[in-house]
Unconditional design. Sequence first.
Length: 280
Amino acid sequence: MKVILADYSGFCFGVEKAITTTFEELNKESKNDIIYSLGPLIHNDQVVEDLEKKGVKVIEDIEMLEEGSVIIRSHGVPQNTFNTAKEKGLNIINATCPFVKRIQNIAKTHHEEGYTIAIIGNPKHPEVIGINGWCDNKAIIVEEEKDIEKLQNIDRLCIVVQTTMSVEQYEEISKKLEEQVKEVVKYNTICLATKERQAAAENLAKEVEAMIVIGGYHSSNTQKLVDICKKIRPYSTFHIETAEDLPMDLLQKYQLVGVTAGASTPKWIIKEIINKLSNI
Ligand code: F3S
């Protein structure tokens, strides 16, 4: 079997930065100190387990902490989480991706100027929850077309989009939003890394017989890659987390297989999977 790895697979700039910042902090602390991460640092169970062994403990709520260091992951958090951490005197290690920080700033400044903020994205995703927290939780979250009904009596609208949404979804939904409101400013805040990764996966899916998409089952950007590949290879796209998940029986019949990986997938997992595939 010949295996081709798509360009831009694996860790993006923001995730790489969050991991590096965490390791720098781990090296600074004395061995007995625990660093807390507000939610799993990245959407990859294998990496999170490894970090836990090294002393990074995941907590779900800032209220659980009274002292120590807390890492804000690349997805960012609402403004009041920062305020609470400061009031408690916690050492804040801010690993918010600069691209996410930019969206938070857009939401905050436009909200202050009187715009209603529309976030195109998944309302349950921490990045979207975080952005909403920078505009007093007043944003309208639009995940699909039917959510557009939520826009009633709005004069000025500022549209932003979750960094990992597909360009197609953004264009479709933002166009519909524009038809509803008189004054609209829109920011395509989809991350370049996401766009490049999606385009590379799509192009590769057209060239090969089957696609392997590596990444956490709960990772939003990985799920988007799966959707993109499935549009081209509906019956031969496989979403896996580790080499053990490879459907070896089903893959036997293919000669040319493509591999792509979400932004939270470390190089060692990608390598392991490519090696296993190459041996078929
Ligand atoms: Fe940042 Fe883009 Fe990654 S927004 S966390 S560089 S996918």
